[in-house]
Design a protein around this ligand. Structure first.
Ligand code: FMN
Length: 378
Protein backbone atom coordinates (compact mmCIF):
# COMPACT_ATOMS: atom_id res chain seq x y z
CA UNK A 1 0.00 0.00 0.00
CA UNK A 2 1.52 3.36 -1.07
CA UNK A 3 1.82 5.49 2.10
CA UNK A 4 2.00 8.82 0.19
CA UNK A 5 -0.67 8.63 -2.54
CA UNK A 6 -0.99 12.37 -3.07
CA UNK A 7 2.58 13.54 -2.37
CA UNK A 8 4.13 15.29 -5.38
CA UNK A 9 7.48 14.05 -6.68
CA UNK A 10 10.78 15.85 -6.31
CA UNK A 11 11.44 18.49 -8.97
CA UNK A 12 13.30 17.15 -12.10
CA UNK A 13 16.21 19.62 -11.88
CA UNK A 14 16.74 18.87 -8.23
CA UNK A 15 16.60 15.13 -8.91
CA UNK A 16 19.15 15.43 -11.75
CA UNK A 17 21.51 17.47 -9.63
CA UNK A 18 21.20 15.34 -6.47
CA UNK A 19 21.40 11.95 -8.17
CA UNK A 20 24.55 13.11 -10.00
CA UNK A 21 26.31 12.83 -6.64
CA UNK A 22 26.26 9.06 -7.00
CA UNK A 23 29.73 8.36 -8.40
CA UNK A 24 29.69 5.50 -10.88
CA UNK A 25 31.81 3.75 -13.44
CA UNK A 26 31.03 4.11 -17.13
CA UNK A 27 30.15 1.31 -19.53
CA UNK A 28 29.41 0.93 -23.20
CA UNK A 29 26.64 -1.58 -23.91
CA UNK A 30 27.27 -3.26 -27.25
CA UNK A 31 25.24 -5.69 -29.30
CA UNK A 32 24.86 -7.01 -32.83
CA UNK A 33 21.77 -7.54 -34.98
CA UNK A 34 21.98 -8.98 -38.52
CA UNK A 35 25.68 -8.17 -38.66
CA UNK A 36 25.15 -4.52 -37.64
CA UNK A 37 26.88 -3.26 -34.49
CA UNK A 38 25.12 -1.04 -31.91
CA UNK A 39 26.46 0.61 -28.78
CA UNK A 40 25.61 3.21 -26.19
CA UNK A 41 27.32 4.73 -23.19
CA UNK A 42 25.49 3.69 -20.02
CA UNK A 43 25.96 4.17 -16.32
CA UNK A 44 22.65 2.64 -15.18
CA UNK A 45 24.27 -0.78 -14.84
CA UNK A 46 24.44 -3.02 -11.81
CA UNK A 47 25.31 -6.52 -10.72
CA UNK A 48 22.12 -8.28 -9.64
CA UNK A 49 22.74 -11.78 -8.36
CA UNK A 50 25.66 -14.11 -7.68
CA UNK A 51 23.86 -17.40 -8.23
CA UNK A 52 23.03 -17.39 -11.04
CA UNK A 53 25.46 -14.62 -12.05
CA UNK A 54 23.24 -11.80 -13.30
CA UNK A 55 23.52 -8.15 -14.31
CA UNK A 56 20.94 -5.50 -15.04
CA UNK A 57 21.11 -2.58 -17.44
CA UNK A 58 18.61 0.26 -17.95
CA UNK A 59 18.20 1.64 -21.46
CA UNK A 60 16.04 4.50 -22.63
CA UNK A 61 13.39 3.29 -25.06
CA UNK A 62 14.40 6.14 -27.40
CA UNK A 63 17.93 4.73 -27.71
CA UNK A 64 18.75 2.83 -30.89
CA UNK A 65 20.77 0.36 -28.87
CA UNK A 66 17.63 -0.34 -26.79
CA UNK A 67 15.85 -1.76 -29.85
CA UNK A 68 18.93 -3.72 -30.87
CA UNK A 69 19.41 -5.26 -27.40
CA UNK A 70 15.73 -6.25 -27.41
CA UNK A 71 16.07 -7.84 -30.85
CA UNK A 72 19.38 -9.60 -30.13
CA UNK A 73 18.37 -10.90 -26.69
CA UNK A 74 22.01 -10.51 -25.73
CA UNK A 75 24.60 -7.79 -25.16
CA UNK A 76 28.06 -7.07 -23.81
CA UNK A 77 28.79 -4.69 -20.94
CA UNK A 78 32.18 -3.04 -21.56
CA UNK A 79 33.40 -1.34 -18.38
CA UNK A 80 35.64 1.50 -19.55
CA UNK A 81 39.20 2.12 -18.43
CA UNK A 82 40.37 5.57 -17.30
CA UNK A 83 41.93 6.39 -20.69
CA UNK A 84 38.72 5.53 -22.60
CA UNK A 85 36.80 8.77 -21.97
CA UNK A 86 36.91 9.31 -25.76
CA UNK A 87 34.81 6.14 -26.20
CA UNK A 88 32.38 7.30 -23.48
CA UNK A 89 31.78 10.54 -25.38
CA UNK A 90 31.65 8.79 -28.75
CA UNK A 91 29.05 6.22 -27.69
CA UNK A 92 26.92 8.85 -25.91
CA UNK A 93 26.17 10.42 -29.29
CA UNK A 94 23.62 9.33 -31.86
CA UNK A 95 24.88 8.03 -35.16
CA UNK A 96 25.70 5.02 -37.22
CA UNK A 97 29.48 5.43 -37.40
CA UNK A 98 30.20 4.91 -33.70
CA UNK A 99 32.36 1.84 -34.30
CA UNK A 100 34.50 3.53 -36.97
CA UNK A 101 38.12 3.32 -35.82
CA UNK A 102 37.14 1.36 -32.69
CA UNK A 103 38.91 -2.00 -32.19
CA UNK A 104 36.46 -4.75 -31.35
CA UNK A 105 36.56 -8.49 -30.64
CA UNK A 106 33.69 -10.94 -30.60
CA UNK A 107 32.65 -13.07 -27.63
CA UNK A 108 29.62 -15.38 -27.87
CA UNK A 109 28.61 -13.48 -31.01
CA UNK A 110 28.62 -10.10 -29.20
CA UNK A 111 31.02 -7.26 -30.09
CA UNK A 112 33.33 -6.22 -27.23
CA UNK A 113 35.56 -3.15 -27.06
CA UNK A 114 39.29 -3.89 -27.01
CA UNK A 115 41.13 -2.24 -24.11
CA UNK A 116 38.05 -2.15 -21.85
CA UNK A 117 38.75 -2.57 -18.15
CA UNK A 118 36.29 -5.48 -17.98
CA UNK A 119 33.74 -7.16 -20.19
CA UNK A 120 30.64 -9.17 -19.33
CA UNK A 121 28.69 -10.92 -22.07
CA UNK A 122 25.07 -11.49 -21.13
CA UNK A 123 21.80 -13.03 -22.41
CA UNK A 124 18.54 -11.33 -21.45
CA UNK A 125 16.19 -13.42 -19.33
CA UNK A 126 13.63 -10.80 -18.31
CA UNK A 127 12.58 -7.27 -19.21
CA UNK A 128 10.63 -4.79 -17.17
CA UNK A 129 9.98 -1.11 -17.60
CA UNK A 130 10.42 1.94 -15.38
CA UNK A 131 9.54 5.45 -16.56
CA UNK A 132 11.25 6.06 -19.90
CA UNK A 133 13.54 3.04 -19.58
CA UNK A 134 13.52 -0.72 -20.01
CA UNK A 135 15.39 -2.72 -17.40
CA UNK A 136 17.06 -5.77 -18.94
CA UNK A 137 17.84 -8.54 -16.46
CA UNK A 138 20.46 -10.84 -17.89
CA UNK A 139 22.58 -13.88 -17.09
CA UNK A 140 26.33 -13.60 -17.52
CA UNK A 141 27.85 -16.02 -20.02
CA UNK A 142 31.45 -14.76 -20.09
CA UNK A 143 33.40 -12.31 -17.93
CA UNK A 144 36.91 -10.95 -18.29
CA UNK A 145 38.87 -8.12 -16.66
CA UNK A 146 42.27 -6.39 -16.59
CA UNK A 147 44.22 -4.45 -13.95
CA UNK A 148 43.78 -1.01 -15.54
CA UNK A 149 42.24 1.97 -13.72
CA UNK A 150 38.47 2.59 -14.12
CA UNK A 151 36.88 5.62 -15.80
CA UNK A 152 34.64 7.44 -13.29
CA UNK A 153 31.51 9.56 -13.80
CA UNK A 154 30.54 12.10 -11.16
CA UNK A 155 28.29 15.15 -11.32
CA UNK A 156 28.31 15.28 -15.12
CA UNK A 157 32.06 14.88 -15.52
CA UNK A 158 34.35 12.02 -16.46
CA UNK A 159 37.47 11.53 -14.42
CA UNK A 160 39.41 9.08 -12.35
CA UNK A 161 38.37 7.65 -9.00
CA UNK A 162 41.89 8.29 -7.85
CA UNK A 163 42.95 11.27 -9.98
CA UNK A 164 46.57 11.08 -10.72
CA UNK A 165 48.41 12.68 -7.86
CA UNK A 166 50.14 15.28 -10.00
CA UNK A 167 46.87 16.60 -11.50
CA UNK A 168 45.13 16.84 -8.15
CA UNK A 169 48.20 18.53 -6.57
CA UNK A 170 48.20 21.07 -9.42
CA UNK A 171 44.49 21.79 -8.93
CA UNK A 172 44.87 22.21 -5.18
CA UNK A 173 47.82 24.62 -5.49
CA UNK A 174 46.06 26.47 -8.32
CA UNK A 175 42.93 27.02 -6.21
CA UNK A 176 45.14 28.18 -3.33
CA UNK A 177 47.00 30.67 -5.54
CA UNK A 178 43.79 32.02 -7.11
CA UNK A 179 42.08 32.55 -3.78
CA UNK A 180 45.10 34.01 -1.92
CA UNK A 181 45.03 37.36 -3.73
CA UNK A 182 46.17 38.97 -0.47
CA UNK A 183 49.56 37.31 -1.08
CA UNK A 184 50.13 38.70 -4.57
CA UNK A 185 53.68 39.95 -5.19
CA UNK A 186 54.69 38.05 -2.07
CA UNK A 187 57.29 35.31 -1.96
CA UNK A 188 56.03 31.99 -0.56
CA UNK A 189 58.21 29.09 0.64
CA UNK A 190 57.18 25.82 -1.00
CA UNK A 191 58.02 24.02 2.27
CA UNK A 192 55.48 26.15 4.15
CA UNK A 193 52.69 24.72 1.97
CA UNK A 194 53.62 21.05 2.34
CA UNK A 195 51.74 20.80 5.61
CA UNK A 196 48.98 23.33 4.83
CA UNK A 197 47.95 21.67 1.57
CA UNK A 198 48.98 18.12 2.49
CA UNK A 199 50.96 17.64 -0.73
CA UNK A 200 54.44 16.08 -0.89
CA UNK A 201 57.21 18.57 -1.70
CA UNK A 202 58.17 17.15 -5.11
CA UNK A 203 54.55 17.29 -6.32
CA UNK A 204 54.20 20.80 -4.96
CA UNK A 205 57.30 21.92 -6.82
CA UNK A 206 56.03 20.48 -10.12
CA UNK A 207 52.60 22.12 -9.59
CA UNK A 208 54.34 25.46 -9.05
CA UNK A 209 56.24 25.08 -12.34
CA UNK A 210 52.95 24.36 -14.16
CA UNK A 211 51.43 27.48 -12.56
CA UNK A 212 54.43 29.47 -13.77
CA UNK A 213 53.52 28.36 -17.31
CA UNK A 214 49.97 29.65 -16.61
CA UNK A 215 51.56 32.99 -15.58
CA UNK A 216 49.95 32.72 -12.13
CA UNK A 217 53.25 32.48 -10.21
CA UNK A 218 56.95 33.16 -10.78
CA UNK A 219 59.43 30.54 -9.62
CA UNK A 220 61.98 32.06 -7.26
CA UNK A 221 65.27 31.11 -5.65
CA UNK A 222 65.77 28.36 -3.07
CA UNK A 223 62.37 26.68 -3.08
CA UNK A 224 60.18 29.75 -3.19
CA UNK A 225 57.72 31.30 -5.62
CA UNK A 226 55.94 34.61 -5.99
CA UNK A 227 52.17 34.82 -6.41
CA UNK A 228 51.70 36.99 -9.49
CA UNK A 229 48.94 39.58 -9.75
CA UNK A 230 46.25 38.87 -12.32
CA UNK A 231 46.23 41.60 -14.90
CA UNK A 232 43.57 42.50 -17.46
CA UNK A 233 45.88 41.12 -20.15
CA UNK A 234 46.00 37.65 -18.54
CA UNK A 235 42.29 37.59 -17.75
CA UNK A 236 41.25 38.72 -21.23
CA UNK A 237 43.62 36.22 -22.85
CA UNK A 238 42.04 33.39 -20.84
CA UNK A 239 38.51 34.51 -21.72
CA UNK A 240 39.44 34.64 -25.43
CA UNK A 241 41.11 31.22 -25.19
CA UNK A 242 38.06 29.65 -23.60
CA UNK A 243 35.72 31.20 -26.18
CA UNK A 244 37.97 29.86 -28.97
CA UNK A 245 37.79 26.32 -27.55
CA UNK A 246 34.01 26.56 -27.12
CA UNK A 247 33.42 27.73 -30.70
CA UNK A 248 35.88 25.17 -32.06
CA UNK A 249 34.04 22.36 -30.26
CA UNK A 250 30.64 23.66 -31.41
CA UNK A 251 31.79 23.74 -35.03
CA UNK A 252 33.22 20.24 -34.90
CA UNK A 253 30.76 18.46 -32.60
CA UNK A 254 27.33 20.14 -32.78
CA UNK A 255 26.09 17.68 -35.44
CA UNK A 256 26.24 14.76 -33.07
CA UNK A 257 24.86 16.49 -29.96
CA UNK A 258 21.93 14.44 -28.71
CA UNK A 259 18.70 15.48 -26.96
CA UNK A 260 19.93 14.12 -23.63
CA UNK A 261 22.94 16.46 -23.55
CA UNK A 262 20.87 19.46 -24.69
CA UNK A 263 18.27 18.89 -21.99
CA UNK A 264 21.03 18.41 -19.40
CA UNK A 265 22.53 21.76 -20.48
CA UNK A 266 19.09 23.41 -20.33
CA UNK A 267 18.56 21.91 -16.85
CA UNK A 268 21.85 23.38 -15.59
CA UNK A 269 21.14 26.76 -17.17
CA UNK A 270 17.68 26.87 -15.54
CA UNK A 271 19.32 26.15 -12.19
CA UNK A 272 21.81 28.99 -12.85
CA UNK A 273 18.97 31.37 -13.69
CA UNK A 274 17.04 30.52 -10.55
CA UNK A 275 20.25 30.66 -8.46
CA UNK A 276 20.75 34.21 -9.74
CA UNK A 277 17.26 35.16 -8.57
CA UNK A 278 17.69 33.61 -5.16
CA UNK A 279 19.45 35.86 -2.69
CA UNK A 280 20.56 32.93 -0.58
CA UNK A 281 22.64 31.39 -3.38
CA UNK A 282 26.40 31.81 -3.10
CA UNK A 283 28.37 33.09 -6.08
CA UNK A 284 30.57 29.96 -5.84
CA UNK A 285 27.47 27.77 -6.46
CA UNK A 286 26.64 29.81 -9.56
CA UNK A 287 30.20 29.34 -10.85
CA UNK A 288 30.11 25.62 -10.10
CA UNK A 289 26.93 25.28 -12.22
CA UNK A 290 28.54 27.36 -14.96
CA UNK A 291 31.57 25.09 -14.91
CA UNK A 292 29.33 21.98 -15.17
CA UNK A 293 27.56 23.52 -18.18
CA UNK A 294 30.84 24.43 -19.91
CA UNK A 295 32.30 20.99 -19.24
CA UNK A 296 29.31 19.34 -20.91
CA UNK A 297 29.81 21.53 -23.98
CA UNK A 298 33.57 20.98 -24.22
CA UNK A 299 32.99 17.29 -23.45
CA UNK A 300 31.18 17.03 -26.78
CA UNK A 301 34.64 17.09 -28.35
CA UNK A 302 35.33 13.67 -26.85
CA UNK A 303 38.68 14.98 -25.65
CA UNK A 304 39.67 14.92 -22.00
CA UNK A 305 42.75 16.97 -22.94
CA UNK A 306 40.57 19.78 -24.37
CA UNK A 307 38.45 19.79 -21.20
CA UNK A 308 41.68 20.10 -19.18
CA UNK A 309 43.03 22.90 -21.38
CA UNK A 310 39.71 24.74 -21.03
CA UNK A 311 39.74 24.38 -17.26
CA UNK A 312 43.36 25.58 -17.07
CA UNK A 313 42.15 28.91 -18.45
CA UNK A 314 39.39 29.22 -15.83
CA UNK A 315 39.87 32.08 -13.39
CA UNK A 316 36.39 31.91 -11.81
CA UNK A 317 37.87 31.71 -8.31
CA UNK A 318 39.19 35.26 -8.76
CA UNK A 319 35.66 36.58 -9.24
CA UNK A 320 34.50 35.04 -5.98
CA UNK A 321 37.43 36.74 -4.24
CA UNK A 322 36.94 40.19 -5.73
CA UNK A 323 33.22 40.71 -6.39
CA UNK A 324 31.12 41.68 -3.35
CA UNK A 325 29.05 38.70 -2.17
CA UNK A 326 25.83 40.74 -2.08
CA UNK A 327 26.27 42.30 -5.54
CA UNK A 328 27.25 39.40 -7.78
CA UNK A 329 23.74 38.53 -8.98
CA UNK A 330 23.28 42.07 -10.35
CA UNK A 331 26.72 42.08 -11.96
CA UNK A 332 26.57 38.82 -13.96
CA UNK A 333 24.23 39.09 -16.91
CA UNK A 334 23.00 35.74 -18.27
CA UNK A 335 21.38 37.10 -21.45
CA UNK A 336 24.00 35.58 -23.75
CA UNK A 337 24.05 32.28 -21.94
CA UNK A 338 20.28 32.11 -22.39
CA UNK A 339 20.76 32.76 -26.13
CA UNK A 340 23.53 30.16 -26.17
CA UNK A 341 21.26 27.46 -24.72
CA UNK A 342 18.43 28.42 -27.12
CA UNK A 343 20.89 28.19 -30.04
CA UNK A 344 21.94 24.70 -28.90
CA UNK A 345 18.28 23.69 -28.74
CA UNK A 346 17.92 24.89 -32.35
CA UNK A 347 21.23 23.24 -33.35
CA UNK A 348 22.28 26.65 -34.67
CA UNK A 349 26.11 26.73 -34.58
CA UNK A 350 26.36 30.32 -35.87
CA UNK A 351 23.99 31.67 -33.23
CA UNK A 352 25.65 29.57 -30.49
CA UNK A 353 29.12 30.89 -31.42
CA UNK A 354 27.81 34.45 -31.64
CA UNK A 355 26.40 34.03 -28.12
CA UNK A 356 29.76 32.64 -26.90
CA UNK A 357 31.64 35.60 -28.44
CA UNK A 358 29.15 38.15 -27.10
CA UNK A 359 29.32 36.56 -23.67
CA UNK A 360 33.13 36.64 -23.78
CA UNK A 361 33.12 40.34 -24.81
CA UNK A 362 30.68 41.24 -22.01
CA UNK A 363 32.72 39.29 -19.47
CA UNK A 364 35.95 40.91 -20.73
CA UNK A 365 34.47 44.38 -20.18
CA UNK A 366 33.34 43.32 -16.72
CA UNK A 367 36.78 41.86 -15.95
CA UNK A 368 38.58 45.03 -17.10
CA UNK A 369 36.27 47.14 -14.96
CA UNK A 370 36.73 44.88 -11.94
CA UNK A 371 40.54 44.84 -12.34
CA UNK A 372 40.71 48.62 -12.95
CA UNK A 373 38.70 49.21 -9.79
CA UNK A 374 41.38 47.23 -7.91
CA UNK A 375 44.17 49.45 -9.23
CA UNK A 376 44.97 47.47 -12.40
CA UNK A 377 45.62 44.05 -10.89
CA UNK A 378 44.01 41.58 -8.51
C1 FMN B 1 27.81 9.11 -18.57
C2 FMN B 1 26.58 8.72 -19.36
C3 FMN B 1 25.77 7.71 -18.91
C4 FMN B 1 24.64 7.34 -19.63
N1 FMN B 1 23.89 6.31 -19.16
C5 FMN B 1 22.82 5.89 -19.87
C6 FMN B 1 22.07 4.77 -19.41
O1 FMN B 1 22.37 4.15 -18.39
N2 FMN B 1 21.02 4.38 -20.17
C7 FMN B 1 20.66 5.03 -21.32
O2 FMN B 1 19.69 4.62 -21.96
N3 FMN B 1 21.36 6.10 -21.77
C8 FMN B 1 22.44 6.54 -21.08
N4 FMN B 1 23.17 7.60 -21.54
C9 FMN B 1 22.75 8.31 -22.77
C10 FMN B 1 23.09 7.55 -24.06
O3 FMN B 1 24.47 7.22 -24.12
C11 FMN B 1 22.75 8.41 -25.29
O4 FMN B 1 21.38 8.74 -25.25
C12 FMN B 1 23.11 7.79 -26.64
O5 FMN B 1 23.03 8.79 -27.63
C13 FMN B 1 22.22 6.65 -27.07
O6 FMN B 1 22.71 6.22 -28.32
P1 FMN B 1 21.89 5.22 -29.28
O7 FMN B 1 20.57 5.90 -29.59
O8 FMN B 1 22.76 5.04 -30.48
O9 FMN B 1 21.69 3.95 -28.52
C14 FMN B 1 24.31 8.00 -20.83
C15 FMN B 1 25.14 9.03 -21.30
C16 FMN B 1 26.25 9.39 -20.58
C17 FMN B 1 27.14 10.49 -21.09
Amino acid sequence: MNPYPSKTLVDNDRFRSVVGHFASGVTVITTKVDGELFGTTASAVSSLSMDPPMMLICLNRSSQTHGAVKAAGAFAINILAADQDGLAYKFAKKGTDKFLGVDTDEVEGMPTLRGALATLVCRTVEETSGGTHTVFLAEVLEADSSDAEPLAYYRGKFGRFNPDAETSAYQKVRDWVLTRRDLRNTSVEIDSLVHELGIPRDQLSRAVVKLAADRLVMVGMAGSFTVLPITSELMLGCLDGRAAIQCGVLHTSMDSMNEGVVSEIRGIFDQMASAKNSHSTQMATFFELNSQLQNLVIGLSGSYELVQAFNRMGLGAVWTETVPADAWADIFDDTYQRRFVEALENRDVTAACAAVQNHAETTKKLASKMIDSHGGEV
